[in-house]
Design a binder for this molecule. Structure first.
Ligand code: PGA
Length: 266
């Protein structure tokens, strides 16, 4: 079975905390995670690790990461498409960049569903993220209904095309394929399903941003990823990492996902 060894795409394991852990819990968690991984001699250059805490934790996480020189990346779970102004409750990408966020999740299915975010809004946020030198982690995925009606790749492909409307081939982006039916359900996609859609998404990248960008852009799988199923996803040639929700809140489980090489001997 093929192993993802594309030297242009460092695997990325990203933890989406959603609305969990306050800033004090975040400090304790990040410290412990970093110790755990260091103790295990994790090679951060071989598998990159990023966490996505709530907005109110970001300053604390930034301070800790910078003071202790932790080899962890971090980012926000959403951002505004605007730079500043009368937008009560919104957070500018400029603020996130000031906090040394490297990444920002855009278009998570919970934002699309619970906050009615449209493809156009997602595209505007992606454009704004790139403008502020943040790497947008663009989430796409089909619902169970979409899957039954349109098959596995039609909706994610259309969402990615829309999200890239304002992106040029100079931008650094990450794509996450997260089937809505797999998120938080305990029912992950099969590695074959993830690969099929990831390959289709790479096709969209080739078509819209060119071969070079398509070759170097990481495509993650997300939806009920655990330490017990990550290895099979990582064996797929077009899957370059994972966006992890629930399991990213458990240090042992998340460390197991990050260190997928160890427990499968890849
Ligand atoms: P899950 O969430 O790992 O809990 O399924 C994934 C996500 O929403 O990013």
């Amino acid at each position: 079975m093929a192993v993802n060894i594309n030297p242009r795409r460092t695997p990325l394991i990203a933890g989406n905390w959603k609305m969990n852990l306050d800033h004090l819990q975040a400090i304790a968690f990040v410290q412990k995670l970093a110790w755990n991984l260091k103790d295990a001699n994790h090679d951060f250059a071989a598998v990159e690790v990023a966490v996505f805490p709530p907005f109110t934790d970001l300053r604390s996480v930034q301070t800790l990461v910078s003071a202790d020189k932790l080899p962890l990346a971090f980012g926000a779970q959403d951002m505004s498409a605007r730079d500043s102004g009368a937008y009560t409750g919104e957070i500018s990408g400029a603020f996130l960049a000031q906090l040394e966020c490297q990444y920002v999740i855009i278009g998570h299915s919970e934002r699309r569903t619970l906050h009615n975010e449209s493809d156009e809004q997602v595209a505007a946020k992606v454009t704004a993220a790139v403008k502020h030198n943040l790497v947008p982690l663009i989430c796409v995925g089909e619902s169970a209904e979409d899957l039954a009606t349109h098959g596995p790749s039609a909706v994610p492909v259309a969402q990615l095309r829309a999200a890239l409307a304002g992106v040029t081939n100079a931008a650094d982006i990450v794509v996450a394929y997260e089937p809505v039916w797999a998120i938080g359900s305990g029912q992950a996609a099969t590695p074959d399903q993830a690969e099929q859609v990831a390959a289709a998404l790479r096709g969209v990248l080739t078509e819209t941003l060119g071969q070079d960008v398509a070759d170097k852009t990481r495509i993650l799988y997300g939806g009920s990823v655990k330490s017990g199923n990550i290895a099979a996803f990582m064996r797929e040639p077009n899957v370059d990492g994972a966006l992890v929700g629930g399991a990213s809140l458990d240090i042992v489980e998340f460390s197991g996902i990050i260190r997928y090489h160890k427990h499968v001997g890849l």
